[in-house]
Design a protein around this ligand. Structure first.
Ligand SMILES: NC(=O)c1ccc[n+]([C@@H]2O[C@H](COP(=O)([O-])OP(=O)(O)OC[C@H]3O[C@@H](n4cnc5c(N)ncnc54)[C@H](OP(=O)(O)O)[C@@H]3O)[C@@H](O)[C@H]2O)c1
Length: 264
């Protein structure tokens, strides 16, 4: 597609979503950068003065349907808003954590998406871009809630792509590895599982093993450029990485899913 018309990004207050909003606007889209607190959008408009597109800030909480208003003429939706909780073994995760994370990462994303589809159909097509996670490709301990929510988005996206291609709507999925944001910084902590009997040494090993991640962190602007590329690629695949480590994980998973997941 040509980089023009309206693009909506969720969770654009900071981190990856903010970088994606800026990148899309710089490449020519008129971006609606949505966020829970529009005050967090200060400075966004100025960030794209050198581009051919624009940025408008709007309030949108994916868990509050009354805040979800999408513009006529919508061509691109980037479902970026996401959250996670404590890193705990499945047996210790409070049910409320499952509900909260799925409320944002899956149900909120679906609520926005189902409203975007009729608008894109009326406009003759568009792109729906879901941000999942390269962590789907690894059986990482203590990430069950987050990974399961992203895997649900992945599966939903596969079906959606099969359904809406006939309307000129292309669904793409980005599986980021480590991108330099608040969420990544927060994940550097010792997993809360360290306090769960029987899981202490596993939690410690995970904490110590993070040095591999630390060496592979990608700046948000670099990852956002890859997202933009995926959105513009008319004949592109469903799944994309946006950083080096994420690319390696995705390639390994696609080559040998069972072996890579350690599921044998
Ligand atoms: N960073 C990574 O290494 C990495 C790796 C894989 C996948 N991802 C995915 O990339 C996306 C962005 O992550 P990030 O690293 O930028 O995380 P982040 O720094 O924690 O930012 C999360 C963003 O989501 C927003 N958000 C959370 N709940 C929301 C809600 N109910 N409605 C609207 N917005 C909401 C936050 O808004 P507030 O400012 O209001 O809290 C914030 O803008 C997420 O889907 C994440 O799972 C990130």
């Amino acid at each position: 597609m040509e980089p023009q018309g309206i693009a909506v990004v969720t969770g654009a207050s900071r981190g990856f979503g903010r970088a994606i909003a800026i990148e899309l606007a710089r490449s020519g889209f008129d971006v609606v950068a949505t966020m829970r607190d529009p005050a967090a959008g200060a400075g966004l408009r100025e960030a794209v003065r050198d581009g051919s597109g624009t940025i408008t800030v709007m309030r949108l909480d994916v868990t509050a349907p009354e805040t979800i208003t999408l513009p006529d003429g919508l061509r691109v939706l980037v479902n970026n808003a996401g959250t996670e909780r404590e890193y705990l073994p499945v047996e210790a995760v409070p049910m409320q954590d499952w509900r909260d994370v799925f409320e944002t990462n899956l149900f909120g994303l679906i609520e926005v998406t189902r409203r975007a589809i009729p608008i894109m159909r009326a406009g003759g097509g568009g792109v729906i871009c879901n941000i999942t996670s390269a962590s789907i490709a690894m059986s990482v301990p203590f990430y069950s809630v987050y990974r399961a929510s992203k895997a649900a988005v992945q599966t939903m996206g596969e079906t959606l792509r099969a359904e809406v291609g006939q309307f000129g709507i292309r669904v793409v999925e980005i599986l980021p590895g480590p991108v330099d944001t608040d969420m990544l910084a927060s994940s550097a902590r010792r997993p809360e599982a360290a306090g769960c009997p029987g899981y202490e040494s596993m939690a410690q090993a995970m904490h110590e093993g993070r040095s591999a991640v630390e060496q592979s962190i990608t700046p948000p602007a670099t990852a956002a450029a890859a997202v933009c590329e995926a959105i513009l690629a008319d004949d592109g695949p469903l799944r994309w990485s946006c950083d080096r480590l994420g690319g390696q994980l995705l390639a390994g998973w696609q080559a040998d899913p069972d072996g890579f997941l350690g599921a044998r």
